[in-house]
Design a protein around this ligand. Structure first.
Ligand SMILES: *Cc1c(COP(=O)(O)O)cnc(C)c1O
Length: 400
């Protein structure tokens, strides 16, 4: 079996088709469904073959920390979906983010990131990188001047997510990529919230895209996983050796679950997005909702950027309930169908109160700066019937 037969060469297919077929490596048994190669290592026909595998004179697998056929299938399918030349899968989304950033920097370098970041991503930039002599500056990602002004001679990379967690602000990826490149830096985009179906950062100028595959790609609450994508050069220079030698590798079993998740990604995300759009309409005019944000609505603060860079609004809706924390808690506790959970992208609708969960580590001032108020909740719409979902939300709002 070759590690790169299908995939990125089959560019003419549309995403739905890639999601079902691309990257499949069939064994001699001709199985329909992708096989799980649950193996740590590989045996060689001869000592010479072993030697040639290690010198890369002969293609093939050596050890599953480096690569594994089931993991390869997942990577190839993600490459095709993203329009990337190369990808490496990781054990979690955070391993993907950490690898993409740590792989590029050396002591003495500088990183600029949007302060609107998923909690652990912000930890890496603010606390982790500086321990190794890598300075970082956090900027308000929606303000292009702040990105420009943060640049230093030693700035190596920019990092952002868009739409942002949890407030669903949208950052101008093309404009920020240009600022990065003018400064001789790269841009890494965490594309979890929009999914590869609605936003293609590489086409907008990003050098690297990372995912937590734990979210929509699994989509059914089972496995953690992540993936780093970029040009062959970017992955070879920054990512490949770090994963191979330090070991945040994806397990073949989890790769298989994620691969099967990809088969249904399009239909799931489309349905979840339709649900989110209907929920956003139901919440927009509700007297107990003081603010609601959905990237698919014309009243979104960055609607013009969204129309340029996104093909869909995502399955997430953020909204603020009148009455602060107490009302937000009453509302969550009154929900029957929607589950209280800090995860997202699941088949089940999930709600979280960022101020007391995902963003509780931040000071009240830092939360205020990000617009994370005590009444704010973030809803990840699932696959339920939209009328049942909206009924549940409206009933709970009545008691809030
Ligand atoms: C969940 C998430 C991560 C981290 O992924 P894990 O798989 O939980 O490690 C990173 N970024 C964003 C935007 C996320 O939503």
């Amino acid at each position: 079996m070759s590690a790169s037969k299908a995939g990125i060469k089959a560019k003419s297919y549309r995403p739905e088709t890639h999601l079902v077929h691309t990257g499949t490596l069939r064994s001699q048994f001709g199985e329909t469904s992708e096989a799980i190669f649950l193996t740590q290592g590989y045996v060689y026909d001869s000592a010479l073959t072993a030697e040639r595998r290690f010198t890369n004179e002969e293609p093939g697998y050596q050890y599953s920390r480096f690569s594994n056929p089931t993991v390869t299938m997942f990577e190839e399918r993600m490459c095709a979906l993203e329009g990337a030349e190369a990808a490496r899968a990781t054990a979690t989304g955070m391993a993907a983010v950490n690898t993409a950033l740590m792989g590029q920097v050396r002591a003495g370098d500088h990183v600029v990131a949007s302060k609107q970041l998923f909690g652990s991503c912000r930890y890496i930039v603010e606390d982790h990188l500086p321990r190794y002599g890598v300075a970082s500056t956090l900027v308000n990602g929606t303000n292009l001047d702040e990105w420009k002004n943060a640049v230093r001679k030693n700035t190596k990379t920019f990092f952002l997510e868009s739409p942002t967690n949890p407030n669903l602000e949208v950052l101008d990826i093309a404009a920020i990529a240009k600022i990065a490149h003018d400064a001789g830096a790269t841009l890494v985009v965490d594309n979890v919230f929009s999914t590869p179906l609605y936003q293609r950062p590489l086409e907008l100028g990003a050098d690297c895209v990372v995912y937590s595959a734990t979210k929509h790609i699994d989509g059914q609450g089972r496995c953690l996983g992540g993936v780093v994508l970029g040009s062959q050069e970017f992955i070879t220079n920054n990512v490949h050796q770090l994963i191979r030698q330090t070991g945040p590798s994806l397990s073949p079993f989890n790769a298989w679950v994620l691969l099967k998740g990809l088969e249904t990604l399009f239909v799931r995300v489309q349905r979840q997005t339709d649900n989110a759009a209907l929920v956003a309409v139901a919440l927009a005019e509700h007297p107990k909702v003081t603010r609601s944000i959905y990237p698919g609505r014309p009243d979104h603060p960055q609607a013009d950027i969204i129309s340029r860079q996104m093909k869909g609004g995502s399955n997430l809706v953020a909204f603020e309930i009148k009455g602060g924390k107490a009302a937000a808690f009453r509302f969550q506790d009154a929900l029957k169908l929607v589950k209280i959970s800090n995860n997202l992208g699941d088949a089940k609708s999930l709600i979280t109160h960022p101020a007391t969960t995902t963003h509780q580590r931040l000071t009240p001032a830092a939360r205020a700066e990000l617009g994370i108020t005590d009444g704010m909740v973030r809803l990840s719409c699932g696959l339920e019937h939209p009328d049942d979902l909206i009924d549940d939300l409206l009933t709970a709002l009545a008691t809030a």
